[in-house]
Design a binder for this molecule. Structure first.
Ligand code: UDP
Length: 255
């Protein structure tokens, strides 16, 4: 896709100029990183699966009135999105203790939380995305109090929708991360969901066995990363039962 101008190069996705003003093309790569990009691998087909899973989730969110940047999927690895001004805050919602929360508070992974907890992290790779409070966000002008309220409300709606969606697929939604952006439309501004929602940004455990079906398989060297992502896609009805792993890129076919 070198014909288009690359606007941004991320760890797992790139953004290109869109066909019309106010649009961008989001391209899903096979790169996986963890530990602030100290660990890196190419997982053949990951981008294709995440493009489909994220499309499935964002199009359903759009359908129930939760604003997202998603417009439509263009091909195996790309989707057309609305251009937004990204708020440099990652919003994490947790239902079950895991990862950094379990570590920080000395909780056993898998402990159900008394209620869903929303946390904010400052998006800054060089600092390792430190956790921040409303105070930091408003003091440094990353978002104002009303925008923080909107991000919290959006995060809770997404959590309710996703919890039900995954429950129906026999999966527990342990936690997830979202990013929000400001959309400017006819002199109005509203906050909508941006980025992606996929097994890269969620913790997803099998309802019965607690088997991990997400990026922790990569972070913790458990193996079977693509099989797990594909299992999530199949259970959501995004991939058909016997589809092969949809690896990307052109393949040399001997004639
Ligand atoms: N997460 C993410 N990107 C980040 C940090 C966290 O997508 O840069 C997701 C992660 O996959 C998990 C949730 O946010 O679903 C909470 O992550 P946690 O704070 O436990 O940190 P981690 O263990 O992922 O470093």
């Amino acid at each position: 896709m070198s014909r288009r101008r690359k606007i941004y190069e991320g760890k797992a996705k790139d953004l290109y100029e869109g066909p019309e003003p106010g649009t961008l093309v989001q391209h899903f790569k096979d790169d996986a990183t963890a530990g602030n990009a100290e660990k890196h691998a190419i997982l053949d087909g990951k981008g294709v699966i995440n493009n489909r899973i994220s499309e499935h989730i964002f199009s359903h969110l759009n359908a129930i009135g939760v604003g997202t940047h998603f417009i439509k999927r263009l091909n195996m690895r790309e989707q057309l999105i609305r251009e937004v001004e990204i708020i440099p805050v990652e919003v994490v919602v947790r239902n079950i203790a895991a990862g950094t929360l379990a570590k920080r508070l000395g909780l056993d992974e898998g402990t159900p939380l008394p209620r869903s907890i929303v946390e904010f992290y400052y998006k800054n790779d060089a600092l390792g995305d430190p956790m921040v409070s409303d105070e930091h966000i408003t003091a440094f002008g990353w978002a104002n109090p009303q925008e923080i309220d909107e991000m919290m409300a959006l995060a809770i709606r997404v959590n309710d929708f996703l919890s039900g969606l995954f429950l129906g697929a026999g999966i527990k939604l342990v936690d997830f991360k979202i990013e929000c952006g400001r959309l400017y439309e006819n002199d109005m501004m509203r906050i909508i969901l941006a980025d992606e929602i996929s097994p890269d940004s969620c913790r997803l455990w099998d309802m019965k066995s607690d088997e991990k079906l997400d990026k922790d398989r990569f972070r913790r060297d458990l193996g079977g990363v693509i099989d797990a992502y594909q299992e999530v896609a199949r259970r959501l009805g995004v991939l058909q039962e016997n589809d092969p792993v949809p690896t990307g890129g052109p393949r040399l076919v001997k004639g």
